[in-house]
Design a protein around this ligand. Sequence first.
Ligand SMILES: [Mg+2]
Length: 180
Amino acid sequence: MTDQKTIALDLDSVLADVMYTWLEEYNLIYNTSIIKQDIIEWDLHNILPLSEKCIHDLFTHVWKYRWKDIPPTSTDISIVTDLLQKAGYRISIITKRDRATMSFVANWLDLHNIYFNDIVFIFDNTSKACYPFFLLVDDSPINAVEILYPRRIVIFDQPWNKTLTNYPRIRKLNELFNLI
Ligand SMILES: [Mg+2]
């Protein structure tokens, strides 16, 4: 079964450090100086005076117009994804997003030379749990609770998921080698 060899990777805030660029844009527009460490809740509209739609629209804007500026979460993710494949794993990128950002995501993955076997763009509310993998790396508290044993979830450390203490956690993608 390929599922037992497939590692699923979330894109936003696991591979692409998009909140860094999102906050740059936000600070420019609203003349603020918020940093990523200030974002201690998953629901941005609980800590920023912005509607869910505005948050979503700014996210789409950043991917469309500033995708070249979005940094990877670490400089070695190309090497890490290459080594995972060479170790016999399949890499499936699973990302929930606005359809308008799809081509820019593909460009970003090429720019950073990310190795992967397939990519799933989810445009609706389908759970990531519906897709085949044995292990998912994600920063989302919502996805964390949806992945049930024997499948595994690894939390990618971000300021907004610190309360998820009952899961394995990595700060950089290369720490995944300690868990598989
Ligand atoms: Mg994410």
